[in-house]
Write a protein that binds this ligand. Sequence first.
Ligand code: HEC
Length: 139
Amino acid sequence: MKQFLAVASMLFSTAIWATDDAARARVDYALNCQGCHLARGEGFAGKVPRMTDFVGYYMHSEDGRAFLIQVPGVALSPLNDADTARLMNWMLTEFSAAQLPADYRPYTVDEVAALRRQPENDPNRRRAEVLAKISRQLR
Ligand code: HEC
């Protein structure tokens, strides 16, 4: 019984922590990103890229993985590295779980910290290159 309670309380606190993490990411998204990318990540065609059913494709390559953190809206946001990692990992599964690769690994805080030190200054060109490579790979 004691053991059962210990396991039950561990599972329960993990569930609370997970919800809390998602709730924090959701608020960070609403305050920092939603103005441009919209509530469900739908974006504005031709102006702001959509996240919905799309952003997960980038995780099929290391370049894509880096690009998502180096894009100015992410690299230069006022969020710290830990908040950014949490937000990106939430966005990927919330908006685009079906596009993630089978070997998907969430971002670590250290990875975000290192990547955002080199923001991309030509995101449209880089985006096109990264996506061309991924689409060849997925064909
Ligand atoms: C002022 C509007 C604006 C805000 C605010 C903004 N973005 Fe963006 N985002 C863009 C635009 C425009 C692009 C296309 C690349 C570029 O021009 O920088 C983009 C590109 C991206 C990309 C690359 C995906 C792709 O397909 O190009 C990601 C990921 C992203 N934004 C996430 C975020 C996150 C997360 C936040 C909040 C921390 C955020 N953005 C805030 C406008 C914005």
